[in-house]
Design a protein around this ligand. Structure first.
Ligand code: SF4
Length: 462
């Protein structure tokens, strides 16, 4: 049974008692009843990992997405709960020893040292490519890497409803700075967009912007609508709320306000794309997730889905075939398969590039054309987004065929290039140019242009 919102006619289901959001962290590991079946050693190991890497889960994930009869093999358990292998043995032993010592200062110093060794700032993260206004005012809550797309990080949206174990943004979750993001920053965003009419897409990202109350998110979005920017075509919102808290679109107290805001965007003739981060088909099997999708689509918004390929979570071709098929059935558009970034627990989750391409191609061959909108596997690397297009034999040499999908130099986009075949390579840094070349074309051209190789972060998984 649904009730109608009088202002928008978007159906909002009448929930007798909408669930309240409850979040759990490290200190709940020994309290959650579902975890009582795990051994003491296992719980201890999870506690050690969660002291270094962020852990947050919530009641919806615990009660709906995990099969507790096979928890240790369950993909969503592995996606959200700390796994012992996420820390290298030496790091694990150092932290475990520091915990046993009972010396708090020593423990904090050990945790800090281990975090520093986990490459907390891959590809420059947020301190690089900070755009500026024409008067030199820096805009640290934004990034402008690819000509057409600006990323905007509202500071109230820099956390998530739960954390993914592999997340490359883990440093911001363990040392998050509180801070208020004043309306003035929306004003600066709009000034920047006015100065850059070439920008067609605004991506509001996080963390997860949908952690924000609708009122706060609407203040940003409405400011953009009010500015009436002629070049702006699309507002994208990166989120994992569909998977981690679908009640956001169904029964939260401010759900009607959120859906109304979304409807305002589409009624203004702008394209609104929810960039949903979905790792596994199990995230899309609940009734409330289906209802959330219906409510989102009723606003005129489109839902595109993206996810990294992760060992132990979604590294079988059938994981992707079923995910993409389910998404098409629910009206979502498969968009990207990413690769694990070189930070945090990459050693635990990364799939080698050659294997990633095999998984992608085997999975996509079993889908119809409507699911073949999924691009990948793609690395969000320093020079740009690079697709593994395949393995080929050229002049009797086995090579990896790659393609730059987006480059920091716009002229690089869609240029194919070749690397020596290497079954163990996990990332661009592991590859060598094929055919005896000394450099990849983008390295050569960056040097020729006097570019010192400043790095930037590419569009995130969520
Ligand atoms: S991958 Fe996305 S949803 Fe997951 S923790 Fe990171 S930012 Fe949050």
């Amino acid at each position: 049974m649904t009730k109608r919102n009088p202002q928008t006619l978007i159906p909002v289901p009448a929930a007798a008692s909408p669930p309240a959001f409850r979040s759990y962290g490290r200190t709940d590991l020994r309290r959650l009843p579902q975890l009582k079946q795990l051994s003491r050693d296992r719980l201890q190991a999870m506690d050690i990992v969660a002291r270094v890497l962020p852990f947050k889960v919530n009641n919806y994930v615990v009660e709906n997405l995990i099969d507790w009869t096979r928890a240790l093999d369950d993909p969503i358990f592995r996606l959200t709960f700390p796994q012992p292998g996420m820390l290298r043995t030496d790091h694990f032993n150092e932290v475990a020893g520091a915990v046993r010592s009972g010396d708090r200062e020593h423990l904090l110093a050990t945790i800090h040292a281990v975090r520093e060794e986990l490459n907390p700032h891959p590809a420059g993260q947020k301190d690089q490519n900070v755009p500026q206004l024409s008067d030199g005012t820096p805009l640290p809550g934004m990034q402008h890497k690819y000509t057409q797309t600006v990323l905007f990080f509202p500071s109230q949206g820099q956390t998530c409803h739960a954390y993914c174990t592999f997340c490359f943004r883990w440093p911001q979750f363990v040392a998050i700075k509180s801070g208020r993001f004043a309306m003035r920053e929306a004003t600066l965003l709009i000034r920047y967009l006015r100065e850059h009419p070439e920008v067609t897409d605004l991506l509001i990202t996080g963390g997860d912007p949908l952690i924000m109350r609708a009122k706060i998110l609407s203040a940003y979005v409405d400011a953009v609508l009010k500015a009436d920017l002629p070049g702006l075509q699309t507002i994208r919102i990166g989120t994992k709320a569909l998977s981690y808290w679908p009640h956001r679109f169904v029964s939260d107290p401010d759900t009607p306000e959120l859906l109304q805001m979304m409807r305002r965007v589409t009624e203004r003739g702008l394209h609104l794309a929810l960039m949903a981060h979905v790792n596994h088909v199990n995230e899309l099997q609940t009734g409330v997730a289906e209802q959330a999708l219906r409510n989102i689509r009723a606003t005129g918004a489109e839902v595109r889905s993206q996810s990294p390929l992760m060992r132990r979570i979604n590294d079988a071709p059938e994981d992707w075939t079923t995910l993409w098929q389910r998404q098409v059935r629910l009206g979502m558009v498969p968009y990207y398969m990413f690769l694990a970034r070189d930070t945090g627990a990459q050693h635990h989750f990364a799939v080698p590039l050659v294997r990633a391409w095999e998984i992608y191609s085997e999975a996509i061959r079993k889908t119809s054309g409507l699911a073949r909108t999924a691009r990948g596997p793609s690395m969000s690397s320093a020079p740009g987004k690079i697709e593994i297009s395949g393995v080929a034999r050229v002049r009797d040499q086995r090579v990896l065929v790659l393609r730059m999908l987006q480059g920091r130099n716009p002229d690089w986009a869609y240029r194919p290039f070749f690397a020596e075949y290497d079954e163990r390579a996990l990332w661009l840094d592991d590859l060598r140019p094929a055919f005896g070349e000394r450099e990849f074309f983008f390295e050569r051209e960056a040097v020729a242009a006097g570019d010192e190789g400043d790095e930037f972060e590419a569009v995130a998984a969520a």
